[in-house]
Design a binder for this molecule. Structure first.
Ligand code: ACO
Ligand code: AKG
Ligand code: MG
Length: 489
């Protein structure tokens, strides 16, 4: 009960990281930028599930798509907005739109919390895409922002390709959008050319020139710097960071939610979302998008908390901080060791102890030698036990039966002499042992059969014995070696 209250308070706190606050919050664009990943389309059902999951982990804003792109996107946005109105989603809902009146009307008609109007502001975009001068663009931006605003929604203006725009002109753009009614402006690094220093500088200068405006960083990952640039933009004055789950998006994608949130926690000590739920949402978006992460992916990749080199493994066994930036549990992960020729005595001994095997130093040395000779990738527990068996001559692996073994628990009817029933059972074919016992049952019988048909017949024969009131059958799946078996070998 206490836990669910704490969890509820935590999610309120996370959700409250919304614009207008001086704190940083996340805008997740998996449903808009993420669906711009080549090969990805989300079904309506996935869109709604992803939106709920993002809200549940405490994302401040969710960019749900552009309804003018396709009918299914519009229909899913309607469902998501309804869930927001019904209180099932707490994040602010943001709808994307070109600076086109018809598109803006379409976006605003869905009654999201905010409409985001984008327009390219670099000379490249102005000349080749929009075929407009800088001055013409300023008046289009002012007109479209105030048009959107007149529909009763909050408005963000996105300065597309801002990182390649002239900084003086970018500041004019931000002022224009702000004065026309956009309380937030997204400074987009559309082709990922920011460096952390430049991102920090641009955000600081824009913020100094237009102090009242809230600033978003939308960082593409073309040179692998999206997370670093987003952190630097925050230092410069951004208070909303755009992310996608698993870093989906155009080309190399944008800032991955999981990596940014974990890095922010490491560097600033603040949890922007419920970090321990990150593996869950990672798997959800992998399933929805059909794009699986490479094992070395930070934070949520399979190897992110797995140690291989013996020196690392020994260090981690002494103190995990030696080779881990944050404890895996913080982000819902667990630590693992990959054993192969790179492992040393400590890691191998540790794994064997976990398997319940304790070796003398000389035997351990032999096992380590054998592991190093093998040149095999990633030993499974079964492989390691096989090596130990080879070295020691002792059987450690579970014995999987080729025939069927079962235990039959019998209840004897009232006023029937238990031993007379036990004797009759003992005389049957397939019976290995019969014991009279205390407790809920009176007799336990061990049976061995070649197949299920034979087992079934044996159980039937037991049931037909006069005085047997009821039976309960347990089939043996695996038999483990006992200390006495190990000593015998
Ligand atoms: C950096 C980003 O990711 S911003 C988000 C980009 N989002 C999208 O592209 C959404 C998916 N796009 C689509 O479904 C379609 O391109 C639509 C529905 C938006 C437009 O389709 P069409 O009308 O057939 O136009 P088409 O795609 O051929 O060309 C884009 C047109 O939009 C114009 N345009 C581009 N950006 C903007 C903008 N921000 N505001 C207004 N017009 C714009 C282009 O100049 C071009 O117009 P033109 O035909 O006069 O040259
Ligand atoms: O709307 C935004 O903030 C960003 C638009 C976009 O996807 C981009 O410029 O890369
Ligand atoms: Mg983008």
């Amino acid at each position: 009960m206490l836990y669910s209250w704490l969890s509820f308070l935590n999610s309120c706190y996370l959700w409250w990281h919304v614009p207008g606050e001086s704190r940083v919050s996340i805008l997740d664009s998996t449903l808009r930028e993420g669906e711009q990943t080549p090969g990805v389309v989300f079904s309506e059902e996935w869109r709604v599930r992803i939106a709920k999951a993002l809200s549940d982990i405490g994302v401040g804003m969710i960019e749900v798509g552009d309804p003018s792109v396709a009918p299914d996107i519009k229909s899913a946005i309607k469902k998501i907005v309804k869930l927001k109105k019904d209180g099932e989603i707490r994040s602010h809902i943001v709808v994307h739109s070109r600076a086109v009146k018809q598109d803006l009307e379409n976006a605003a008609s869905l009654e999201p919390d905010r409409v985001a109007v984008f327009y390219g502001v670099s000379d490249l975009h102005l000349k080749h895409k929009h075929r407009k001068t800088r001055e013409e663009a300023l008046s289009i931006i002012a007109e479209m922002v105030s048009f959107a605003k007149s529909h009763g929604v909050a408005v963000r203006f996105t300065a597309e390709d801002a990182s390649r725009a002239d900084l003086g002109y970018l500041i004019e753009v931000v002022k224009t959008a702000y004065e026309a009614g956009a309380d937030r402006v997204s400074i987009a690094d559309t082709v990922g050319v920011f460096t952390p220093d430049r991102a920090r500088e641009v955000f600081a200068k824009v913020k100094a020139a237009v102090p009242g405006v809230g600033l978003d960083i939308h960082a593409h990952n073309d040179f692998g710097m999206a997370v670093a640039n987003s952190l630097a933009a925050v230092e410069g004055g951004a208070d909303v960071v755009h992310t996608t789950v698993n870093g989906l998006g155009e080309r190399a994608g944008i800032t991955p939610l999981q990596v940014f949130a974990a890095a922010y926690y490491y560097h600033k000590g603040v949890k922007l979302v419920e970090l321990e739920k990150l593996p869950e949402i990672t798997a959800m978006v992998e399933a929805a998008s059909g794009i699986t992460l490479m094992p070395t992916y930070p934070i949520v990749g399979e190897n992110a908390f797995t140690h291989k080199a013996g020196v690392h493994q020994a260090g981690v066994l002494a103190n995990p901080e030696t080779y881990e930036p944050i404890p895996p549990e913080v982000v819902g992960r667990t630590r693992d060791f990959s054993l192969d020729k790179y492992s040393g005595r400590k890691a191998i001994q540790h794994r064997l102890e976990k398997l319940g095997v304790s070796l003398q130093p000389e035997a351990l040395d032999k096992v380590v030698e054998e592991v190093k000779r093998m040149n095999a990738p990633r030993l499974r527990d079964e492989d390691l036990l096989e090596i130990v068996e080879k070295v020691s001559g002792v059987r450690y692996r579970a014995i999987v039966n080729r025939h069927i073994e079962a235990y039959i628990w019998l209840k004897v009817a009232n006023n029937v002499y238990t031993t007379s029933v036990a004797r009759r059972v003992a005389a049957l074919k397939n019976v290995v042992s019969v014991s009279e016992i205390t407790g809920e049952y009176d007799i336990v019988v061990k049976l061995v059969a070649e197949n299920t048909e034979e087992l079934n017949q044996a159980i039937e024969s037991i049931r037909q014995i006069k005085g047997v009131a009821s039976t309960f059958t347990s089939i043996v799946l695996k038999e483990l070696p006992t200390i006495s078996m190990q000593t015998r070998a």
